[in-house]
Design a protein around this ligand. Structure first.
Ligand code: RB5
Length: 143
């Protein structure tokens, strides 16, 4: 189960992401927003972060205009590792190395074709599980 959240700046791209997930039969919970009317992105970051932390969703996808504000907000939550990605290399690396549990993107930054490839890469790449990466992830929480 994938938790989805966006603000007005990410709303249109999120519709493309949902169409992709539908086409693959992937289940999601849509925490809004539900239109291009202006809203506050921290609200949606929090809803998606909570869904990932309480285990009701395995991963999350957050989109605001730049992806910056919504990822900053999500990363305030202990246990959330939200990775802002505009390319597939980063989406793959953040799963392999950081075990990122939320993908953030900018609706005004990436086009729909690239965004879908980024989502696909993020969802299909497992965490490497390598000891050095596990140690570094632990240190994110401990330091
Ligand atoms: C909203 O206009 C915009 O500030 C927001 O979508 C995002 O880009 C913030 O980081």
């Amino acid at each position: 189960m994938i938790a989805l959240g966006c603000d007005h700046g990410g709303y249109e791209l999120m519709q493309e992401v949902k169409a992709y997930l539908d086409s693959k039969g992937l289940e999601y919970k849509d925490f809004g927003c539900h239109s291009t009317e202006a809203v506050d992105y921290p609200v949606y970051a929090r809803k998606v972060g909570n869904a990932v932390l309480d285990g009701s969703c395995d991963k999350g996808i957050l989109i605001c205009g730049t992806g910056i504000g919504i990822s900053i907000a999500a990363n305030k939550m202990p246990g959330i590792r939200a990775a802002l990605c505009s390319d597939c290399f980063s989406a793959e690396a953040t799963r392999l190395h950081n075990d990122a549990n939320i993908l953030a993107m900018g609706g005004r930054v990436v086009g729909p074709g690239l965004a879908v490839k980024i989502v696909e890469t993020f969802l299909n790449t497992p965490f490497s599980g390598e000891e050095r990466h596990q140690r570094r992830i632990r240190l994110i929480e401990e330091l």
